[in-house]
Design a protein around this ligand. Structure first.
Ligand code: FES
Length: 115
C-alpha cells in the first residue's frame, strides 16, 4: 500500500496501446509516447517494431528519418540502426538503441514496457 505523499510510479509495466494499425503504414515510423519514453513505432512490411526515438549519437528524432527495410536512418548525421535489434548499422552513432516489444491486438498496436 502506498504511503500518503508518496509519488505514484511514473512507468507502468506491461503493454500499452499506442496507435492503430492503419496509422503507421509499411515503411513508416511514428513517434509515440509511453509513460516518460519517446518511442519510434516502425512498420516493416506489416510487422511492427518499437525503438527508442532519440538517436544515441546526438539526439536526432528517428521518426523523422528514412526507414528502408529493417534499417532506419537518422535525419541529422546519417547514422543507421536496425529496428529489430537496435544495433548500429552505420556510424557516427556507436551506441545501440533500446528496443521494446511491439504487438498487434485487433486494430491496435501495443508496446511493452519492462519493469
Ligand atoms: S544525431 Fe543521429 S546521427 Fe547524429
Amino acid at each position: 500500500m502506498r504511503q500518503s505523499g508518496e509519488k505514484p510510479p511514473v512507468m507502468a509495466k506491461g503493454f500499452h496501446r499506442v496507435a492503430q494499425v492503419s496509422q503507421v503504414l509499411p515503411g513508416q515510423a511514428k513517434v509515440v509516447r509511453v509513460a516518460d519514453r519517446e518511442i519510434a513505432l516502425c512498420n516493416v512490411g506489416g510487422r511492427f517494431y518499437a525503438i527508442a526515438n532519440i538517436c544515441t549519437h546526438d539526439g536526432g528524432s528517428l521518426d523523422q528519418g528514412e526507414l528502408t527495410g529493417h534499417v532506419i536512418e537518422c535525419p541529422r548525421h546519417g547514422a543507421q540502426f536496425n529496428v529489430k535489434t537496435g544495433e548500429v548499422v552505420r556510424a557516427p552513432a556507436l551506441v545501440p538503441l533500446k528496443t521494446y516489444e511491439a504487438r498487434v491486438q485487433g486494430d491496435d498496436v501495443e508496446v511493452g514496457l519492462e519493469a
